[in-house]
Ligand binder design. Structure first.
Ligand code: C5P
Length: 314
């Protein structure tokens, strides 16, 4: 029986600016997304029935339709009924390493891996942009997770322009296991507090996106200048998450006060906070220092690095 093992990396946001509202209830964003070397493994194979089955080693990950990986398989079955009839259902096994509900796109990257895996399993020969279009139906971060690397994301987050890849920068991630921040809450609260300054007309929205395209963060990425990238980290959602979640603020401040940190920021809607470092050794030192500063068993820390790819077949 054919079987594929896929590597599904997490992402961080090097930049997240909320620029306006959208008629679909989402927000117009300008983001710079970056894949990191912290990944789940997705094993996918044809099942002997027409059922879609999801298994996961993490007890808090649902295995029903509320799992985006399940919905990705269901979407493929709906979009390609002939292939579904020919090849039958799929068994999906998720081996989780990415912390869940963390602002690291764990669910989105699992869904992206299922799209890529079923494309292979059913010999569909889909292009990257076709896979990204399918991904956009599932969630705003899914298209980026397909190809990964470094990219500017606009619109809802699904319109991508690739940037030259970054890889030699190391990061430390910190997340309290029991702490979750609801993404809809974060965006809704942001709208309540800052909605009056949203840009509304098309030209202004496009001008703002263009300003980021030609701005200092993108220049720093083009020069692969880790120090400058770290200085330009930005996330509008920090304005609502940090005041409401003292533990996230504490992680942010703890990182900011440590030696060897080039810059620190919350990823996505949080609650994960990351710090950029110039070397693996510095990142490992930083991990030790943060562990000493916050000796709480609930705090998870990871040392990893920026990578140049999204979903990969092992
Ligand atoms: O697309 P996704 O399901 O990942 O988005 C999760 C939630 O984040 C949405 O329900 C919405 O509340 C918020 N969101 C938003 N604008 C975006 C992306 C996400 O308001 N561009």
């Amino acid at each position: 029986m054919r079987h594929y093992t896929l590597i599904a990396p997490a992402k961080i946001n090097l930049y997240l600016e909320i620029i306006g509202d959208r008629p679909d209830g989402y927000h117009e964003l300008v983001m710079i997304l970056q894949s990191i070397d912290l990944a789940d493994q997705i094993d996918i194979q044809a099942s002997s029935t027409d059922a879609i089955r999801v298994r996961c080693n993490h007890p808090q990950v649902p295995t029903d339709k509320s799992n985006l990986a399940y919905r990705a398989a269901e979407l493929m079955a709906t979009e390609f009924p002939d292939a579904y009839a020919k090849y039958g259902g799929v068994d999906i096994t998720i081996t989780k390493r990415i912390p869940i509900a963390a602002g690291l796109a764990g669910g989105s990257t699992n869904a992206a891996a299922v799209l890529v895996g079923i494309d292979l399993l059913w010999n569909l020969g889909l292009t990257q942009s076709e896979l990204e279009e399918l991904g956009a139906i599932l969630g705003s971060d899914v298209p980026f997770c397909v190809a990964g690397g470094t990219a500017i994301a606009t619109g809802r987050g699904e319109q991508l322009s690739p940037l030259p890849s970054l890889d030699t920068i190391y990061i430390v991630l910190a997340k309290y296991r029991s702490l979750e921040v609801s993404t809809p809450w974060a965006y809704k609260t942001y709208r309540q507090e800052f909605g009056s300054s949203y840009l509304t007309d098309k030209d202004s929205l496009a001008a703002r996106a263009n300003a980021v395209h030609s701005g200092t963060m993108v220049k720093a990425i083009l020069h692969k200048d880790a120090r400058e990238i770290a200085q330009k980290l930005h996330n509008d959602l920090e304005k609502v998450v940090l005041p409401a979640y003292p533990q996230v603020l504490q992680l942010r401040e703890t990182f900011a006060n440590q030696e060897g940190v080039l810059g620190t920021m919350m990823s996505g809607s949080g609650p994960t906070v990351f710090a950029l470092c110039e070397s693996k050794q510095q990142a490992e030192q930083l991990q030790l220092h943060v562990r000493e500063a916050i000796p709480d068993q609930d705090l998870e820390l990871f040392v990893t690095q920026l990578i140049t790819h999204g979903i990969k077949v092992r």
